[in-house]
Design a protein. Structure first.
Length: 196
């Protein structure tokens, strides 16, 4: 395995339902009609991956057209956003009203699991497993991943080897880029930048 694996994480473009929990609700992104000049260059000859959600696949195809990349786009269910269960489609205020009546440990929000959904810890587990596997197969090529805010926070937790709670504090805006470099030989990583 190579001494360095570089990964560019990109959050999908904006959606109309901003301000609501839309984890695994499959809605489109607000994609510009034509590709634009990107504010930041992406690597050439990269392996491209995306969450199979519509908003991420649309964003990935838009980016690939903008960069002239003709690489194959592979889909990984492990990259999907957190499943918010009964919170899906609700506003943050609506969820808070629902949750106030329940005895939840909000001092540890990463452990909170919505009814019929998953916790952020669950997201971290699936992202960890997928990352470890894909880096074995990268063969030194750079990797571009189009995913979701929660997925990217989970990747930052993985790289920094921290508890899930602090990772929830990272700001990950629509269309932003986060770059992480891994050094598999000594099992370490560094975060080059977040939310550019």
């Amino acid at each position: 395995m190579t001494d360095l694996v570089q990964i560019w994480w990109i959050r999908h473009l904006p959606v109309a339902e901003s301000g609501r929990y839309i984890g695994q609700t499959d809605i489109p992104a607000l994609v510009p009609p034509t590709p634009a000049n990107l504010a930041m260059p992406l690597p050439k000859d990269a392996l491209w991956f995306a969450s199979p959600m519509l908003r991420t696949t649309q964003t990935a195809h838009w980016l690939m057209e903008a960069t002239g990349e003709l690489e194959q786009l592979d889909f990984a269910p492990e990259l999907m956003e957190q499943n918010f269960g009964e919170w899906e489609g609700k506003t943050y205020d609506e969820v808070w009203e629902i949750e106030q009546a329940k005895t939840r440990n909000w001092t540890s929000p990463a452990m909170v699991k919505p009814e019929n959904g998953e916790s952020f810890i669950g997201v971290c587990a699936r992202v960890d497993h997928w990352l470890d596997a894909v880096m074995q197969k990268a063969g030194g090529r750079p990797i571009v991943i189009v995913a979701h805010a929660g997925t990217i926070r989970a990747a930052l937790r993985h790289a920094l080897n921290i508890n899930p709670e602090p990772a929830l504090s990272f700001c990950v805006d629509y269309g932003s880029v986060t770059q992480i470099e891994y050094f598999p030989t000594d099992n370490s990583a560094r975060v080059v930048y977040v939310n550019r």
